[in-house]
Design a protein around this ligand. Structure first.
Ligand code: FES
Length: 192
């Protein structure tokens, strides 16, 4: 009995022409404009996974988010096409892992650790304080909140490896420890 395999058992991926069958609206999908060198970086990451390029999905998602700030629908399609996967295979990872965003973050990005040490040290109150002060509203499934002018975004993150100095936050790339409500207000003044 012949079996019409869709999934290549060696790679667990499907060829692009099956991910985007001829005649489907996605077949002629054009990649969004990519920065110079982006595709080369993606190819280099994929080369680390010679047995199953599907394993490059998370690295490619990180690369996309670091480059564009969030994972757009175009990003999901492009990565799926690149790896010979269906867009849904990419989307399910984006919606599962809280570190991936489907919307742009604010210019001033506030990330509050919500893991045990920080939670016990008051990070939920702290996060609510930032949300209130910045006037953010919930924007997506993982709880990213953005102010109406797009200036601030506030979100929870998991442990950022400084549990002994909880509660800990990041504002853009800066790390802040032992953050009290008073300190939060001082930081907002500094980053306004
Ligand atoms: S629990 Fe917050 S830094 Fe580890």
């Amino acid at each position: 009995m012949s079996t019409n395999r869709v999934v290549d058992p060696a790679t667990q991926t499907i060829p692009p022409e099956q991910a985007y069958p001829v005649g489907s609206p996605d077949h002629d999908h054009l990649a969004p404009p990519l920065p110079v060198g982006f595709e080369e970086q993606a190819d280099e990451l994929i080369s680390h996974y010679p047995v199953s390029k599907r394993s490059a999905t998370l690295p490619l998602l990180h690369l996309w988010q670091e480059t564009f700030g969030y994972i757009s629908d175009d990003g999901i399609e492009w990565i799926g096409h690149k790896l010979g996967l269906q867009p849904i295979n990419i989307l399910e990872l984006v919606t599962f892992y809280p570190m991936f965003r489907q919307h742009p973050a604010g210019k001033i990005q506030i990330r509050v650790c919500r893991t045990l040490s920080c939670a016990m040290a008051g990070s939920y109150d702290l996060c609510n304080h930032f949300r209130q002060k910045c006037g953010t509203t919930e924007n997506e499934v993982h709880g990213l909140e953005i102010s109406p002018d797009g200036k601030y975004s506030v979100e929870f993150v998991e442990c950022i490896a400084s549990c002994g100095t909880a509660p800990v936050i990041m504002i853009n790339d800066d790390f802040h420890e032992n953050v009290t409500i008073k300190r939060a207000d001082e930081l907002l003044e500094k980053y306004r």
